[in-house]
Write a protein that binds this ligand. Sequence first.
Ligand SMILES: [Zn+2]
Ligand SMILES: [Zn+2]
Ligand SMILES: [Zn+2]
Length: 456
Amino acid sequence: MSVATAARRALPTVTTVGGALTIEELLEATDLPDAVVLNAPDEYAERDWLVALRRDPRFSLKPLFIDRPVDHAGPSLADGDTHSTENLYRQVADIAEHCSTLSRDVLADPESRLLAFLYTRPGRLIAPQPDWRSEHLYRYPLLDAFEGSTASSSADWLTTLIRRRLLEPVALIDRIRACPDCQGGHFSYIDQCTNCSSIDISETIFLHCYCCGHVATQDSYLSGDGMRCPKCLTQLRHIGVDYDRALETYQCTSCTTRFAQPDIRARCLHCAKSHATIDLPERRIHSYRLSTSGALAARTGNVGDLFSLIDDLNYAHLSYFERTLDWQLDLHRRHKELEFGVVCIRLANLRELIDETSRTRAAQIVDAFALRLRELIRSTDLLTRSDEKHCWLFLPQTPPSGLAVLRSRIEALPALVRETGGATLEIGVRTFASSEMADGKMPATLLMSELRGALP
Ligand SMILES: [Zn+2]
Ligand SMILES: [Zn+2]
Ligand SMILES: [Zn+2]
């Protein structure tokens, strides 16, 4: 490609790989170009090169171009093609401008790089690609390239990105069935006997004698002089008058049961477990884009998304939570037998946790914490969050002893979700039992600010 032709202002430096420069040499280079053009011998090499570059933190956000048309709605990792030099320079400038608004530590870990990649390419989709070799039938090449390991963990990654509301679905691409045991998408379907589950079944025509009600295979009705019932020996002449076809058309060789519809079973080719086809949960395959909170996280390193994991519990709006608490405080003043508890949990070191590990790792730790917290609370308990650090639980019908037990279990959670030899989520817990209530009116907001203030 000629760089000289478009030389008007300070042009970006563009390096071409595939000619004099090999991909390995580019990856080793100390002086990085503004953009890279890939001149690969075939599409397999091109894909490998794109993956290698996107996986490298130094190249993950670089504008990459290939010498054939690129469909941005598709799963390509390239930014564009070399068809128009003017276009190419404009894209390089666009991406550079978006990159300049990113916070400095955006390249720290794969997740930050992925979010930054999407942020610097507005409208870019994470598109699924059908792949029979994938356990889940679809892969997301962009996720695979940034995540850099096996397909099953990038599926988990996608799930947490969605649960944290960093990505949002754009279009429904397909609906597939997944194995309830292993999530695999490959099945062998087989029909079997409704009585003994044998697969040794066959389809035949059964006739039903109107005279005596006998049902048998068509063959057994054939006699030398036409059709005769083998049981009552009546001559059968007219279908619909003397006899009819039976509804059942299958017979099991093992147990001789006749049936109209066999049971259809789907055997998972990954874990070998067998399920009725109606028991296979549906999985929806979407394309995704960066959400507004995803863009905020990319630009500023905002950690709000980690709380979405906790909000998935019995989340109530703060004002609703406060109103409920006010009501219960009033009720308790009249009816001392109505006991309840309030728990304040402070997540003390989220930012430090991200700095120490990575956003992905921190999300995993918070998610594991949220999952275990969910096991501890009942469906009637309420949860809310007042800010980036404090979560609240309202526990109706809970005596002080029950509250103390819950508190010690919550305090034990960080140790359970701790990385071996690594980072720990630090929490502080304060509780309030209705029996501790002083006389006189105490509004919920005051009670909550006292509890929060009592935390170290
Ligand atoms: Zn059978
Ligand atoms: Zn008969
Ligand atoms: Zn399975």
